[in-house]
Design a protein around this ligand. Structure first.
Ligand SMILES: Nc1ncnc2c1ncn2[C@@H]1O[C@H](COP(=O)(O)OP(=O)(O)OP(=O)(O)O)[C@@H](O)[C@H]1O
Ligand SMILES: [Mg+2]
Length: 1028
């Protein structure tokens, strides 16, 4: 096992490196938000994010783990999620829910519900008679539907993603098992809606894994088809998928890689959980055996003990993957009795023998659905945690007849990574290299209708008709139109699943209702009355199997046409309306259509009528009945448009936007060929001057849901509100805990501070006793009454204590700041004085500063010295326990004022141009007299009063001893101004470090300095202000 981990490490690193490089290439920065993916496994979820500028990555949860248990603990007054909930499973098994996805979209009589009850008897399941579903009855007051529980978990996954991304996230791609039917998919969508998540797509987890595999092997994909088999055994189920990778030509992006799901096989109940349950049962038996004769109760009747055993079984199973045997042990399993038992791998394999026999099943199913043979499969790749069980690998290897099984993909994270790649592709915030994804329909869908027909003999009978809407292993997303040509009155039709013969009897029962919806049309007769002079083009029902694999009936229309002789005129409002609606639903080419979006997958030629192989006559009959086959909306105009120019609206309806992979073209041609391609509109116009006018009348639709009714809108809103309230309650609880912690911490820290010398120095004993007393009183209150205190009360208590201690803390803080602030002020004063001295030394003919400017600076220097000395002296007279008069904020303000003044002059000097020299009679330039009036200038700077220095030194520490201003003409000035310091070294100042006083002399100033274009304005405006 350890060796396996080591072997995988470099691979993982290489993978991440590749990912980083690839995504740096792929992802463009954008100011929109991050997107996330959730691989929603039965046992654990894996969350990934991608945000602008950051490559896709797996989210670490609060415990810094990459997987989060799909576990929720729901108690009366609090909730726990993930790892915290998992740790509650033993303490509170009834309120800790796991594997609840197995109940999604199932009615109460579903065998999966019975299995759930048998596996987890600690949960009480209530019955919802309205939807015939079950819910968790946690307590008499507390009940939650599986959708609600999932919604809470999705909300939690979002909070993890948001914490990790450090920004809000709303858009998500969520994985579902490929075998999820319509009801199950809708349940997940409803849960996401309750959580306020915008689902960009429900992606099948096998497709997400295949996408992740393809994206990181883009370079290996070429025009030769490669068939790869993914075998994913997770906790709850097993899915085997055959994927074909190859490059295809796209309209916009040229040759691009494509993955096509070719075959899928699955076993809904084969996985790690079932193995664990077998082991638990074994361990329970061993424990009972050990206590035989002690008149002990059966451990199976104790939910806490069973929860402990399940956890141990999980651990044991994992260890047995790497070891031949292992000792299971649990302290105080029941009645304080410890449990210890050795279990060998052979025993484990014996317990699960029938499960291992089921390993090849999904492989056979996948091959059958793909109509492929094993030798066409290049590689079999392991996915999912349970494929780590050696026996699973052994049986699988034998079943697939390969030399080895591929382990070159991260078995845990591939689905989450593929899903987040898809999320980035669907989000407008990212530019992602196209990767065409063609998923496949697992459960075929039919339209069925019954019509009364009159036979030649005159006998009237009912004829039942079936039309395949979406065929098994046909690609999706896909839009289809079915045209009913023989109806002129209201009628009903039914949407049902097609042949599910590939499912075993048990799977069929788990599958649930095979009838999806009855559609009742209203207004067909009315539409005929409205257009008596028009020719009916049939009743067209527009279906959409979207990217989430969810079927919807977009609309039903009654279509009429007539030829209009006169010159083309304005389309009727109704036609326009019809056209608009058509383009809205019909997916007319949209500019931001993406390769990974809806429009990349196109249907082939519509499949034959169900059962047509056996009943060819039936097919002919049905063609007559529903004249047009189910139309792929991406196909050319339908038969009735033959020989006529189809109006714009119709084209929009029938034409699908987006790029069509070249590989799909034959099917498009096939369809066009079979129906006869209509002539181009231009040619048409020449042949027929008459214009065809089309009228479209929307038909009322009543849907009777037969599989599992969705939560009614009002109930959904109530659930969303209920969950929001719980989230709010959690947040309030967290805030209260934070407030209590802050108060407790403040009391503790302040009590400690009262004994520290720096605090004692600035407080009287009386002051300290007062504070200490209040702290103790609050501490007692917190212990006695704090439990029931509200957040506001806790915050108020803290505010009171803070106020009480404010003076003390302020004095300590100020004293801490004084040395540094005063030293900075001294430095600034010294350097300003030197600067002024330098300025005064500039010969008159080169002088760049006005007298007003220099006097102003001198004044402010002198005033600042005076203020500092006076304030320091005053402070020295005060007791340390009194409120200080020397305040750091005042020092900062004085520094800022002086800084402004010097900064102005520095800037002026920096951009000053040397004045031209008057020439003497020999033609040489006159030199400026050096040190002109230096002594005069120096006299104007007031030296600091000597008596203040001693005080400052005494009270402010050694640094303050340097606070004397430099004598003008002293050593530092002689070195050129800064004495090794530069202006930027003075804290809180922004002066440019490169500016030294020497550079202020015009003769030494940088020749480039005159290039500043703003110079004139700055100088003039400032000068103007000064001189005014
Ligand atoms: N080393 C191991 N040996 C045996 N089993 C393991 C090992 N590691 C993980 N597992 C099992 O793998 C299962 C989890 O796998 P995974 O995370 O793929 O499942 P899932 O995605 O949560 O479930 P599913 O895909 O079935 O809905 C658990 O049953 C776990 O005990
Ligand atoms: Mg999984």
């Amino acid at each position: 096992m350890a060796a396996t981990v080591r072997r995988q490490r470099p691979r993982r690193l290489a993978c991440w490196a590749l990912m980083t490089v690839l995504l740096a290439d792929l992802l463009a920065l954008s100011d929109t938000l991050a997107v996330m993916s959730v691989d929603l496994g039965s046992e654990s979820m894996k969350v990934a994010i991608v945000k602008p500028g950051v490559p896709m990555e797996i989210v670490l949860n609060k415990e810094s783990r990459r997987k989060t248990p799909v576990t929720v603990t729901l108690k009366e007054n609090e909730r726990f999620f993930g790892d915290s909930a998992a740790s509650m499973a033993i303490k509170n098994p009834k309120a800790t829910l796991r594997y609840f996805q197995h109940l999604l979209g199932k009615q109460e009589n579903n065998p999966h519900v019975a299995l759930y009850k048998a596996r987890f008897p600690e949960h009480e399941l209530g019955f919802d008679p309205q939807r015939q579903t079950v819910y968790f009855q946690i307590s008499p007051q507390l009940q939650f539907s599986p959708e609600e529980v999932l919604s809470m978990l999705l909300n939690y996954s979002r909070s993890l993603a948001e914490d990790f991304a450090e920004q809000p996230i709303k858009d998500a791609v969520i994985t579902v098992p490929a075998f999820f039917n319509q009801a199950e998919r809708r349940a997940v969508l409803q849960a996401a809606r309750m959580a306020g998540l915008k689902v960009l797509q429900l992606i099948n987890d096998n497709t997400a894994t295949a996408l992740s595999y393809g994206v990181f092997r883009r370079k290996d994909i070429n025009s030769t088809a490669q068939n790869i088999m993914f075998y994913d055994m997770g906790s709850g189920s097993t899915v085997c998928t055959i994927v074909t990778y190859q490059t295809v030509k796209t309209k916009d992006a040229g040759m691009q890689p494509q993955l096509q799901i070719r075959g899928v096989g699955f076993d809904r109940t084969l996985g790690g959980l079932e193995m664990e349950l077998r082991l638990r049962e074994h361990l329970a038996g061993l424990f009972n055996e050990q206590r035989k004769g002690q008149r002990a109760k059966d451990v199976r009747e104790n939910p806490r003990a069973m929860a402990k055993l399940l956890r141990e079984a999980n651990r044991l199973k994992t260890v047995l993957s790497a070891n031949a045997d292992h000792v299971a042990q649990i302290e105080g399993l029941m009645d304080d009795v410890d449990f210890k038992a050795k279990v060998t791998r052979a025993e484990f394999e014996e317990l699960c023998a029938d499960l291992f026999e089921r390993v090849p099943g999904p492989v056979q199913q996948a091959l059958q659905s793909a109509e492929m043979k094993l030798d066409e499969i290049e590689q079999v790749i392991l996915v999912g945690g349970a494929t780590r069980v050696p026996k699973v690998q052994e049986v699988l290897l034998k079943a697939v007849g390969k030399e080895e099984l591929g382990k070159n993909i991260n078995a845990d994270e591939a689905a989450a990574m593929g899903a987040v790649y898809q999320a980035a592709a669907l989000s407008k915030a990212f530019k992602v290299k196209p990767f065409v994804v063609r998923d496949a329909v697992i459960y075929p869908i039919l339209v069925e209708f019954t019509r009364e027909v009159e036979e030649e003999t005159g006998v009237r009978s009912l004829k039942h008709n079936k039309r395949v809407l979406f065929s098994r292993m046909g690609p999706y997303p896909q839009r289809k139109v079915i045209t009913f040509n023989r109806y002129s009155h209201d009628f009903n039709f039914h949407i049902n699943y097609g042949d599910l013969g590939f499912l075993g009897p048990e799977d069929l029962r788990i599958f649930g209702s095979q009838n999806l919806t009855t559609v009742k049309l209203k207004g067909v007769g009315e539409s005929f009355k409205k257009y008596p002079d028009y020719e009916s083009k049939g009743i067209k029902a527009h279906f959409n199997l979207d990217e989430s694999g969810v079927l919807s009936l977009d609309r039903v229309e009654s279509v009429f046409e007539t030829l209009v002789e006169d010159s083309p005129e304005e389309e009727s409002t109704l036609t326009k309306l019809g056209n608009t609606i058509s383009s809205l639903f019909g997916g007319g080419s949209t500019p931001d259509t993406k390769e990974n979006g809806t429009d990349t997958v196109q249907e082939e030629e519509e499949g034959p009528v169900e059962g047509s192989k056996d009943e060819p006559g039936e097919q002919a009959e049905l063609k007559e009945e529903a004249e047009a086959p189910a139309e792929d909306t991406s196909s050319p105009p339908p038969p009735e448009a033959k020989g006529a120019a189809a109006p714009e609206g119709e084209k929009a309806t029938e034409k699908d936007g987006g790029d069509k992979p070249e590989a799909q073209k034959p099917s498009e041609k096939g369809e066009a060929g079979s129906e006869g391609a209509p002539p181009a509109p231009e040619e048409e116009k020449k042949q027929k001057p008459a214009r065809k006018q089309r009228m479209v009348e929307e038909i009322g639709v009543e849907l009777v849901i037969l599989d599992l009714p969705d939560l009614p809108e009002d109930q959904l809103a109530r659930s969303a509100q209920k969950l929001q309230d719980l989230t709010l309650r959690d947040l309030q609880k967290q805030e209260r805990e934070k407030a209590a912690n802050s108060l407790e911490a403040f009391i503790f820290e302040t009590q400690d501070k009262l004994y520290q010398p720096e605090y004692q120095e600035v407080s009287t004993e009386e002051q300290r006793e007062d504070i200490s007393g209040k702290l103790s009183a609050t501490s007692t209150w917190l212990e006695d009454e704090g439990f029931g205190a509200t957040t506001a009360m806790l915050k108020e208590k803290l505010a009171e204590l803070r106020k009480l201690c404010h003076g003390l803390f302020f004095r300590v803080e100020e004293r801490k700041k004084w040395p540094e602030r005063l030293s900075a002020l001294d430095n600034l004063l010294n350097h300003s004085s030197m600067f002024l001295k330098g300025a005064r030394l500039i010969p008159e003919m080169d002088q760049i500063f006005t007298e007003v400017e220099m006097t102003t600076l001198e004044k402010i220097i002198n005033e600042t010295w005076a203020w500092k000395n006076a304030t320091v002296a005053e402070q020295a007279k005060l007791s340390a326990t009194e409120k200080p008069v020397l305040l750091s904020k005042d020092i900062e303000a004085k520094m800022a004022a002086l800084d402004r003044e010097v900064q102005y002059l520095l800037n002026k000097a920096k951009f000053a141009k040397p004045r031209p020299r008057p020439r003497d009679k020999n033609g040489t330039r006159a030199e400026a007299p050096l040190n002109a009036s230096a002594s005069d200038q120096s006299e104007k700077v007031i030296p600091p009063p000597g008596e203040a220095r001693g005080l400052v030194q005494a009270s402010l520490g050694p640094e303050a001893a340097d606070s004397e201003p430099l004598e003008l003409g002293g050593p530092a000035a002689g070195e050129g101004g800064c004495g090794g310091l530069c202006w930027g070294a003075v804290p809180a100042l922004s002066w440019a470090c490169s500016l030294r006083l020497t550079s202020l002399h015009p003769l030494l100033s940088s020749p480039n300095s005159s290039q500043n274009p703003n110079r004139r304005n700055t100088r003039n405006s400032r000068q103007d202000r000064r001189e005014l």
